[in-house]
Write a protein that binds this ligand. Sequence first.
Ligand code: TSB
Ligand code: ZN
Length: 583
Amino acid sequence: MINIKENMELNTLNHSCAHLLAQAVKHLYPHAKFWVGPVTTEGFYYDIDLGDNKITDEDLPKLEKEMKKISKDGKRIVRHELTKEEALEMFKDDPYKIDLINNMDENTVISCYTQGDFTDLCRGPHVESVKELKYFKLIKFSGAYYKGDVKNKMLQRIYGVCFKKEEDLDAYLKELEEAKMRDHRKIGKEQGIFMQHDLVGRGMPLWLPNGALLRKQLENYIYEKEQLLGYQHVYTPCVGTVDLYKTSGHWDHYQENMFPKMRVDEEEFVLRPMNCPHHMLIYGNELHSYRDLPIRIGEFATDFRYEASGAVKGLERVRCMCQNDAHLFVTPDQIKDEFKSVVSLILDVYKDFGIKNYSFRLSLRDPMDKEKYFDDDEMWNNAENKLREVLNELKVDYYEAVGEAAFYGPKLDVEVKPAIGPEITLSTCQLDFLLPRRFDLSYIDQLGERKVPVVIHRAIFGTFDRFTAFLLEETKGILPFWLAPLEINIIPVNLEYHLDYAKKVEKLLREHHLRVKIDDRNEKLGYKMRESQMKKIPHTLVLGDNEMTNKTVNYRVYGSSDTNELSLEEYLKFTNDLIKEKK
Ligand code: TSB
Ligand code: ZN
């Protein structure tokens, strides 16, 4: 999808359209008060206080109609500059604008734009006349806290988009419709992957049986890979004391992303946002020689993070998540090989899952940001260069992003684009020279001297939550055989005659670890077949007289109308190959 914010022409057009929306709102709701109406990557929105009124589905067409009317009227959009006193006088009835004006820098030139009976405080630029705003659409609305703070009043946010040409708007709306179909929140609901409940809380998804089956496949898959690479898995509690996070530095550098502390007896706890401190303690539990390194401590670990309520999204951005985490303790000489091995694992995993649309981002520190990043130029430069060298040796394409590093070191992130919304990070691999020092970790080197190990933090799936969200969108919910919660749906042609045979087949397949179920409802064969397709089950077996006599199965692959008859042994081999080859 086109990035509207970065396209100067569309940026201006959408910005002007936000004013047009505000003007229409003012016509229909004269008491409305306005906060801000910025341009986004996907169009524009405006945050509006409508008093006791709430926007409903019926309002959007009404507003669009009023916008069209104003546009037809064709008033010019005129810029004025104001002194602070004039601005305060002009917007005296709008407390939100007064707040904006009062918070402006003394040197800011205050300007406003007028179109007919409507004036808005704005930096501009804008198109010359409202008649240029012809091809727009109001997309949706939501609640949005004033200044994004839950303690403030909830305003009404209306989203829209505007194009220069009708065909561009049509193409965009079509793309948006397709994206909505791919949205993991929609697929997740249809396929029984996860649910949410207010009584559990925002950003705290509940994994349903089908979701749990899918997640188990992901866990088994990555666990096996990690075993082969010499990882040792552990279990640790999802809380730690405040002192643990003071030791690690998270208390000073990461507190705004953490849940508030709680007291139990004389101890103060926090729900952990990361697992590194626990793994540092596990490493420090024993003395280590250089011969023991690398030590790779892995965990499927539950973390809690405070994410803004407006940012929380399905399984993609949650407040309770499970990381596919590991911390690798290495000597400085081993950094490159170990980092390389992680990048190779990422490439390997993405190949198995058929993921092609991703990019590597090398996230570096901002040398000017002394507050976020510890001050040791040599250490940072050294670490950043090591990562660059590995990427160049592996010949992978990447781009650099200054200011995106973790507070403890530079990292390599894998960026992907969800169906809706901006890019997100999936996998991550981070170098860390700081945490092992803070935990006073060591190993004895060849000369018998005490040395500090380097830590590599890495999460291949990122979190199981986010990876699942991405996978559902990439596959449009059509999961490959080896991942589908239900691999095989058996439909007996006639329940009276064929159910016993179906049960025998089901038992055999289950014994071979296949996920299989009989549809024994009293429904017509055609209805069951259609439903099997709708649920995107990879294989549907239809068992009737023929199959019963021949001791065979007749299978149909999702999306195809062909049927194939195989003996039970052949079918077992066929499915076994499908799983092995991850087709
Ligand atoms: C890799 N300490 C490291 C760890 O050892 C760490 O926590 N890194 S992280 O902060 O980048 O998080 C790891 C991964 O979790 C991210 O790459 C991202 O894929 C995923 N993640 C982060 N925040 C969320 C969230 N709110 N919801 C779902 N997944 C998330
Ligand atoms: Zn970590």
